[in-house]
Design a protein around this ligand. Structure first.
Ligand code: GLN
Length: 246
């Protein structure tokens, strides 16, 4: 069994080791006797998303988000919307997450019109939201706790067409006000979590793999892995954040 994974805009959207998420997904497949085929689609790529099982989009600064706009609106926007409606699994982090919404207006009033695949929009503020943080995923997604690192000016507001990915336990999440973090729509998982997030959140990594495998072959039995180190890293970050909060 092989999953085709696309790293979209690796040239401009790839902050704080975001690309490590792909290495994590690939290894977790290989450890279970499966394979991953990685296709990178930078600005200017004419490669199509047809046949792709999982799309990863990392974070980027305001500048990079503006740089990619021309390419995005040369057809990639329509293709992404269609892939999302078709149930392709997507993990989108921070700037990449904002890109799936309607628009991002920077703190100094520059507007990036994005793709509107998810019912959300983002407006920047001068004060950035920075730090390690954690959130609890919705019960429908398994209710696992996720730890990550956030650094964003954008405040994201969700419309009624999407669900939050989870509830903030420590840190800011979508906007620092309503305790929501990220968004979940069909098989799209949008989050502010950099880090990279997946190595220290193995249950969340497997949620993505299971989602993509189920769509590809109808069912997915993921053999358990020895995640002792990953779980230790996860528990250490949870404990640190609990201590800071106390
Ligand atoms: N430029 C966006 C913001 O500051 C995204 C930042 C990021 O991806 N870390 O909100």
């Amino acid at each position: 069994m092989k999953l085709k994974i696309c790293h979209l805009y690796p040239d401009v959207l790839n902050l704080y080791g975001d690309g490590g998420n792909i290495r994590c997904l690939t290894r977790r497949l290989q450890w279970r006797g499966m394979e991953a085929e990685l296709v990178k689609m930078p600005i200017g790529s004419h490669e199509s998303l047809a046949g792709v099982d999982l799309v990863f989009i990392g974070g980027g600064q305001d500048f990079e988000q503006q740089v990619l706009l021309e390419d995005l609106h040369r057809g990639r926007d329509e293709e992404l919307r269609a892939a999302i409606e078709d149930g392709v699994t997507v993990l989108a982090v921070c700037g990449g997450y904002q890109m799936l919404g309607a628009y991002y207006e920077t703190y100094d009033g520059q507007r990036c019109d994005f793709i509107g695949a998810l019912d959300l929009y983002t407006v920047g503020a001068r004060k950035r939201m920075i730090g390690n943080y954690m959130f609890r995923c919705d019960d429908a997604l398994g209710g696992m706790t996720v730890v990550g690192f956030e650094n964003h000016s954008g405040r994201t507001r969700l419309g009624s067409g999407v669900q939050p990915l989870g509830t903030v336990l420590a840190g800011f999440g979508n906007n620092g006000e309503d305790k929501t973090e990220g968004a979940h729509y069909k098989n799209v998982f949008g989050t502010y979590s950099h880090g990279p997030m997946l190595p220290k959140n193995p249950d969340f990594a497997d949620l993505l793999l299971r989602t993509a495998l189920e769509r590809r072959c109808g069912s997915a039995e993921l053999a358990p892995l020895d995640d002792a180190l990953e779980r230790m890293a996860h528990a250490e970050m949870c404990a640190r954040l609990e201590r800071e909060r106390a």
